[in-house]
Design a protein around this ligand. Structure first.
Ligand code: ADP
Ligand code: ZN
Ligand code: ZN
Length: 802
């Protein structure tokens, strides 16, 4: 008997193990590891992933697999094993881990279609009866005709047919009409003579066909020969050509890129790439941290490392934070590697993602450039993995499985014995500390390629502006410089970094913010009871009427919207053309690219935006960058607030003076003496690292301790508090002395969508200290999670504390 071990698509932890199912005879050739099947589960039919196939089961009576969903595996052995590791690493359901590796089309409702890959006459006779000249037909017809799964799977393997998924309603596999020649060349030439003078258009078409060997797109033909459909139809009637439907890939990044050649490397770049190439040659795994200032040529290093890998006929994965925000990055990879590149990111439609994934699955491409989930690209021969802007928080998934792409990259790098490069101008403290300890190999690029100095960063003390009587959001210096740029027809980037919904309180006269005494993070203002609260340790205090430092009454909440800034800009600079980029103006598909293109064409003087404009933009005419309020992120209730501010200031300043024209940066702040602002202005990463590490050490934060955040929410406030307390009790009984348990405390946003939210945080040194207690908690509350609408999540390496 053949037995399949299956992960069932039912999210209940008690049954989150492998289930044995008998494989019926007629499915034995089809059911392989990585194939999805339909199986009976209780009274229902559910989907499952086949993990293994064996000849043996410990159980007597097995239920049978009902049918298969895939005729070839959608997941490789490596990815199946990786899902197990992800489950353990993030304490998620195995099925969530498996689903996270596949594009959404596999989750949506879909229909199957059969596509012929060969000529019809290659198929057995009974199939030809059945295809009836069609190149595509619904899969159902095969089933109702009683064609056996075994046979279907054999044809798939022999590449006679392919089974494709079509999302119901929309997102079909996309097709276009092509013109194919039906006769020999001589026949066509004969026809040229036979056609009379009146048939000039038809003759033109034939001449064009004679010049072009390949099947042509109908649209293209009509355009080039400048004809309507009529002459083409006439030629089809004569049997000279045939119009056929062919599948085309949706390519959101089409455009013909001119291919670029590798640039001769600078000596710094050469020094940095050598150890990487060594590892590639020796087929060894190593984690590299490439620390290079903005514009130091990191991307060129990536490109040439990949080039080396492609020579060995291996594959490369490149992760970038959010492609929608950085279309220029995609262009650089497409321009170097052309059609070898697939692009995967959240801005694509379900159908587009499926198309890109299929290119990878069929090994039609060698390089994938994508956001977080591209780390699961089903390549089988990976030669390098690159994570650009490694400090970006988008690499951490906030839904289950709550994985960090960096850790997955490490796993796959080990598996394939290939190097992993983490690149950034401002690495995370965690990564830089690992590099200091030699866990990662540190590679450094200290100079910009064009030898342009980094733009000069000026800090403007907004308290002094207030003293002078300037009550606007723009300092005199900023106004003067913007005016200057408008006159010189150069461009300005203005950033307003507003993040999250929480508000902090700050004195506008002395810049003092109210901090928690125990946690060194900003207290959060809670509107409901008009109090300040620390959401780490739950300390509470009344909202002050005066600044505790200078006794001024100008103490208030902070936060301004981009829209308000835009209005103010229009008042100040009447003749300026402004583009605003924020969630409102960029919600439509492709809006980012359109707005950036407009700015790139110099159709605007000022680009105003949230932090989404800080990344990766490269416009040669930008010579001034302004940061409206550096404090807005510096005082978020998050122990990473300083680190994030440093990163953001460095990144946004990197947008100025990237080419010939020198750049300048103006940073407005109420706390100019803050070490983060000061050190960022000096581009002193090393100094910032040392200073910030002291804080982390003192308050037991990463990289000295690991964190795990437990979020609890329920519609009933009392219930939420009760459960949180119970969990805290359970944990404190089971956690050892070396571990710190904090909370429970209300989340900064106590109520979202009518659910009350609480959190607990654990600081620990070793996973073995927390794994068992956390698993116990999850198991204890599983029933309530399923039946009583309790939400309980465990988040390792948390980034989001709201
Ligand atoms: P980073 O990724 O570190 O910000 P980039 O790779 O974007 O830096 O490089 C900055 C600029 O320098 C780009 O315009 C790039 O084309 C150019 N560049 C990079 N390496 C070289 C090189 N070896 N020779 C000439 N120009 C280079
Ligand atoms: Zn004050
Ligand atoms: Zn606190």
């Amino acid at each position: 008997m053949k037995v399949a071990k299956v992960v069932v698509d039912v999210a209940v932890s008690a049954i989150d193990s492998l289930f044995d199912y008998e494989i019926p005879k007629q499915l034995q050739q089809v059911v392989k590891p990585g194939v999805r099947v339909i199986i009976p589960f209780g009274p229902r039919k559910v989907m499952g992933f086949v993990i293994e196939v064996t000849d043996f089961s410990h159980f007597d009576k097995l239920k049978k697999i009902d049918s298969v969903m895939d005729y070839e595996p959608v997941l490789t052995r490596e990815l199946l094993d990786l899902s197990k590791w992800l489950q353990q690493e993030t304490l998620c359901f195995r099925v969530s881990a498996l689903q996270a590796m596949l594009p959404a089309v596999f989750k949506a409702k879909y229909e199957k279609e059969v596509w012929l890959i060969t000529e019809e006459d290659q198929l057995p006779f009974e199939w030809q009866m059945f295809t009836q000249g069609r190149e595509v037909f619904p899969f159902e017809e095969l089933e109702s005709a009683g064609i056996k799964a075994k046979e279907i799977s054999k044809f798939v393997e022999e590449q006679l047919i392919e089974i494709k998924y079509v999302v119901k309603g929309k997102n079909k596999v996309k097709t276009d009409t092509y013109v194919e020649r039906m006769v020999e060349e001589v026949k066509l030439i004969e026809q040229l003579d036979e056609l009379g003078k009146q048939a000039k258009k038809q003759r033109n078409v034939i001449e064009y066909l004679l010049d072009h060997d390949k099947p042509l797109r109908l649209k293209e033909l009509m355009q080039h020969v400048d004809v309507t459909r009529a002459p083409i139809k006439s030629l089809e009637k004569k049997g000279l050509i045939k119009l056929v439907q062919k599948e085309i890939y949706r390519d959101p990044h089409q455009a013909n890129h001119e291919l670029t050649k590798p640039l001769p490397l600078t000596s710094e770049q050469q020094n940095v790439i050598n150890p990487v190439i060594d590892q590639i040659n020796q087929i060894k795994h190593e984690m590299f941290l490439l620390h290079g200032v903005t514009g130091s040529g990191k991307t060129e290093v990536y490109l040439q490392s990949i080039d080396r890998v492609l020579q060995d006929d291996k594959e490369a994965i490149v992760l970038v934070p959010e492609i929608a925000l950085t279309p220029q990055m995609v262009t650089r990879f497409k321009s170097r590697f052309g059609d070898d590149v697939a692009v995967l990111h959240s801005g694509l439609s379900t159908g587009e993602k499926y198309d890109e994934w299929r290119k990878i699955h069929r090994k039609e491409v060698k390089v994938v450039v994508g956001a977080r989930s591209a780390i699961f690209a089903p390549f089988e021969n990976i030669g390098i993995i690159i994570i650009d802007e490694e400090h970006e928080t988008t690499y951490k998934q906030e839904d289950y499985p709550k994985y960090h792409a960096r850790e997955v990259a490490k796993y796959r790098g080990k598996y394939h014995q290939c190097p992993v490069i983490l690149g950034s101008a401002t690495p995370t403290l965690e990564s830089y500390a690992r590099a200091q300890k030699g866990v990662y190999q540190l590679l450094e690029l200290t100079e910009r390629v064009n030898e342009q100095a980094l733009p000069d960063m000026k800090i403007i003390d907004m308290r002094k502006e207030l003293e002078k009587g300037n009550r606007t959001m723009f300092s005199d210096a900023l106004v003067e410089k913007i005016n200057d740029r408008i006159k010189r027809k150069e461009q300005v980037v203005l950033m307003l970094n507003r993040r999250g919904y929480s508000t902090f309180v700050m004195c506008r006269e002395c810049g003092e913010t109210v901090q928690c005494q125990h946690c060194d993070i900003s207290m959060t203002y809670h509107r409901t009871n008009h109090k300040l609260k620390c959401h780490y340790c739950n300390e509470e205090q009344a909202m002050p009427n005066q600044c505790p430092e200078c006794e001024s009454e100008a103490i208030r909440f902070f936060g301004t919207g981009t829209q308000k800034v835009e209005e103010a800009l229009k008042e100040h600079f009447e003749q300026a053309r402004i583009i605003r980029m924020d969630v409102d103006t960029t919600s439509r598909k492709g809006a980012h690219e359109r707005l950036l293109k407009k700015f790139g064409n110099q159709e605007a003087d000022i680009l105003l935006g949230t932090q989404m404009i800080a990344k990766g933009l490269d416009f040669e005419n930008v010579t001034l960058v302004g940061v409206i309020a550096a404090d807005a992120i510096l005082h978020l209730p998050d122990f990473r607030a300083s680190e994030k501010s440093f990163q953001l200031l460095t990144q946004v300043s990197g947008r100025a003076g990237r080419h010939e024209l020198p750049g300048e940066v103006i940073v407005q702040t109420y706390t100019p003496e803050h070490y983060t602002v000061k050190l960022a202005a000096q581009y002193d990463f090393e100094g910032f690292f040392k200073r910030e590490m002291q804080v982390r050490k003192r308050f037991l934060y990463p990289p000295y301790y690991f964190l795990v955040l437990i979020n609890i929410s329920h519609e009933n406030h009392v219930k939420a508090v009760e459960v949180s307390q119970k969990i805290a009790n359970l944990l404190s009984e089971q956690l050892g002395e070396t571990v710190q348990l904090m909370g429970p405390s209300p989340s900064p946003m106590l109520r979202i969508k009518d659910r009350f939210r609480y959190q607990l945080m654990i600081k620990y040194k070793s996973r073995t200290d927390v794994d068992k207690p956390l698993e116990n908690v999850l198991n204890t509350f599983q029933k309530e999670i399923n039946r009583e609408d309790l939400q309980l999540t465990v988040d390792f390496e948390p980034y989001y504390f709201m």
